[in-house]
Design a protein around this ligand. Structure first.
Ligand code: PRP
Length: 216
């Protein structure tokens, strides 16, 4: 598979550990939720490299002055969790991006057609094109949901090259669709999985992340 978009799988022991916990079918809901929170935290940490806008300044230390690099508060940062499962990654992301605006997007896959249906959209009509957007969704399967999310965002002025997707398991069909449509986009995922089964579930995957996070 030739991918134009960049997909990073950070080789970090904490990411590998929490992915293993999330994959394990015997992991109870409360621990699954923690695993997804931790993955949200560490994958966002990786995604923030060369994405979070900084500015140069000078700070007064107790002894002297020092050049310093700070987060630039003038450039908006937004997190877009894809409900429901994307909420699981949000908590970890939010601890690192406390000033980010959170725009919820509710998408559910029709179980028969696998087409996404939008039931909640809290995005503003227009977003500043400089906005750094982080989309959270633990599973990229057929790619229908993430492509719908990207369409909503770019329609509102978001620049795909300033956008990062944080996922836990990503399947080739979703990556191929994203690659064809948004070559500048960058994805951070704990793993690229083999593929999909005949019901559109990621294999080996981690089951239904939304159900496991919320115990339904
Ligand atoms: C899951 C998952 C993604 C989507 C991936 O959500 O969290 O949003 O499916 O599938 P796709 O790439 O084929 O579109 P689901 O529709 O099960 O909703 P939920 O998060 O509320 O459980």
């Amino acid at each position: 598979m030739t991918l134009q978009l960049r997909v990073y799988v950070p080789p970090h022991p904490l990411i590998k550990h929490w992915l293993a916990v999330a994959r394990d079918a015997s992991t109870p809901s409360v621990l699954f939720r923690s695993a997804i929170t931790e993955l949200g935290r560490w994958l966002t940490y990786e995604a923030a490299r060369e994405w979070l806008p900084t500015m140069e300044a000078t700070v007064q230390t107790p002894l002297s002055t020092s050049p310093a690099t700070l987060i630039n508060p003038e450039i908006p940062v937004a997190v877009v969790p894809i409900l429901r499962a994307g909420l699981g990654l949000l908590e970890g992301a939010q601890t690192l991006l406390p000033l980010a605006s959170i725009y919820h997007l509710g998408l559910v896959r029709d179980e028969a057609t696998l087409e996404p249906l939008c039931y909640l959209n809290k995005l503003p009509e227009k977003l500043n094109p400089q906005t750094r957007v982080l989309i959270t969704d633990p599973m990229l399967a057929t790619g229908g949901s993430i492509m719908a999310a990207m369409a909503e965002l770019t329609h509102r002025g978001v620049d795909p090259s300033l956008t990062r997707i944080v996922s836990v398991v990503a399947a080739p069909p979703a990556l191929q669709k994203l690659s064809a449509a948004y070559p500048g986009l960058i994805i951070y995922t704990a793993c690229i999985d083999e593929g999909l089964n005949d019901k559109g579930f990621i294999v080996p995957g981690l089951g239904d992340a939304g159900d496991r996070i919320f115990g339904t």
